[in-house]
Write a protein that binds this ligand. Sequence first.
Ligand SMILES: *[C@@H]1O[C@H](CO)[C@@H](O)[C@H](O)[C@H]1NC(C)=O
Length: 382
Amino acid sequence: MELLALLFLSFCFLTLSGRTFAAESETPVARVTVREDDDVILPCSLDTNENIESMLFDWVKEVPRKEVFMYRNRSHYNNGLPGQDVEFKGRVSHYPEELKYGNASIRLKQTRLEDKGTYTCIFPEIKPSEKIFRIELVVGAGPKPYVTILKENGLLECEVPGASPKPTVEWWDSDNKTLPSKTVQDKEEQGRFHVIVQTTVTEPGCYRCVATQMEKWHRISSEICVHRGAGPKPYVTILKENGLLECEVPGASPKPTVEWWDSDNKTLPSKTVQDEEQQGRFHVIVQTTVTEPGCYRCVATQMEKWHRISSEICVHREKTAQPPSGLPEWAAALIGGFIVVVFVVAVGVVLKIKGYSLKKDLQRMENGPSSELERNLTSEQP
Ligand SMILES: *[C@@H]1O[C@H](CO)[C@@H](O)[C@H](O)[C@H]1NC(C)=O
């Protein structure tokens, strides 16, 4: 049960955010950052917005020079025009609908570390002079940090599996403040850095693992929210036959509100018989007395109704003739039957004796008064 709840909570929020920075440092060089394996658009657009459908433009990667994508009057590398470097075969596309607006941007699929470098977008036939746009592509192998809740007591782990260049990995709270953390792994394999950083949080809330590369220039983070509703399921028992129910929540954090509810979800009057804190966990015992048979629930609520877990118990009306404990039912029945027989016999015997004495009494009554009457009658006779 606890594990299930934990799993559920671990899944709550796992949002990943990646950012692509495009900053113009010196015209017309633009810098585009992409995460390895992601697609990227290399922008190139004429400010004049003139239609370039029947024009020529060429995308080239520099040093060493490689043909990336050429478009010449509706012919291009994807429809038969020869000359594309094998490295880019099947990985580059343009936006035919955008050509009308002077947009010669291309999309590069599944970027690799080797794709990094400077790209130029050239319009050689534009008058009065050719137009050149420069794009610096940075492929950061900045894999999404993978964040998990390791332990319910708030141990969070962040793994950055294979980043390049070397990332700074930090845990931030929701105010973007860096939390004290411990780097438990930091190794390099073929130019990629594998980093694992752990932190312990004491408060529920949302935390981010932030991997920063290239001096804040490329930053990627993963968020995880700790609800710490790893509240154990309340344990409910019938303490006494007269309807004393007990609910125990053994070690919840944050502090739970523990209530007894009837089947209409109405809170019953109850008594907190234990409310202890041990190492940040609350051990609560709450009792209630019920007078009616029925099903009752003990509800432990944490984090303002965000996390609620309950256990139900049903109280049956007490049986009038409970078989003696420890005896099987057939034995009880046998004994019961025997008792009935004895009782019947006893009653019979009593009745018989009573009947006999009754008869005697009747006889006496018959004889007594009548003889007296007779006597009286005889005495009154003149
Ligand atoms: C050019 O087209 C691409 C792809 O549709 C788009 O992302 C980009 O914003 C366009 N550029 C301009 C300047 O419209």
